[in-house]
Write a protein that binds this ligand. Sequence first.
Ligand code: MRU
Length: 351
Amino acid sequence: MLKHIEWNGRNLRFLDQTRLPLEEYFIETADYRVVAEAIRKLQLRGAPLIGVSAAYGVCLGAIEALGDSRERFFASLEKVDEELRSTRPTAVNLFWALDRMKRIWQTLQARDEAPQKVVEELLEEAHHIAREDEETNEKIARYGAQLFQDGDRILTHCNAGALACSAWGTALGAITWAFVKEGKRVVVYADETRPLLQGARLTAFELWKNDIPVRVICDNMAGFLMARREIDKVIVGADRVARNGDFANKIGTYTVALLAHYHRIPFYVAAPLSSFDPQSPDGSHIPIEERNPEEVLVFNGRRIAPCEVGAKNPAFDVTPGHLVTAFITERGIIRPPYKEHFESLFAQEGG
Ligand code: MRU
């Protein structure tokens, strides 16, 4: 598995995902602003990876402020936290990870601990977040793989693989586990995922690296393939799951879910509990990121619409929970009714 993010003692080293699949180019930085910008620009992307990267971003900001007075040190941490929080609004993992980091430094500040001690503890927490994500990935991959049979033709949208996480990935982790560990000969259809092509560039890249058969399709081909009974199952990731099972994921997911429902094809969502948002009672509470229209209007460096014409570019959509056959989490496979089942899950987690 490609080690695409690593803490190097003093720097964060990560793969620039915007250059894939043509180039495996790594960025190494000691500057939290570079990490924030990388999250904004999708060099670092995918809900769990955004959380892990932001946690290391806080560490970089804290190390940078070490020479300052105590007061300025903690004021700098507030600034770093704000900057990282402003990068992307939809994936709740970002806020979940930053809340964890903030709890650490606020507790140590109240205890009058020295900045050096704060840095050590923040690093410890960031490593924890990354390790937990690895463990979670493996559990989701194992549970999810149970849902696949030998010969299944599986559709996925965007990239919810190793590149979006710390290890196996979520939706793609389940597919990879079924193929690599259980010898199930599955075939994957990867939606190209306009406008930024995470499916064609990243999902196809990961599957190809693992020798898993994959075919890229344009986003508008899924319905036709489903009508011809060429797709057996759909599995996607999530950026934020609301209390009632509504969830946000890459734009186009909702359309795929509707198509799967119409054609009576199981539609699965694989996501760690860090992507569940107890503060969102339903999907209408999930903030949806609007990105630069240029991402839609310019393709491969060329403008594809008249210069006078604008575009809309919501990066995510919300799929109602009733279209989801099951959620796969590190706690197992969860089936409807989601509201009740999530409630007991949150209660166990203390949320
Ligand atoms: O804009 P992106 O590339 O960060 O969007 C990623 C997705 O929508 C993924 O499906 C989601 O984050 C789950 S990743 C395990």
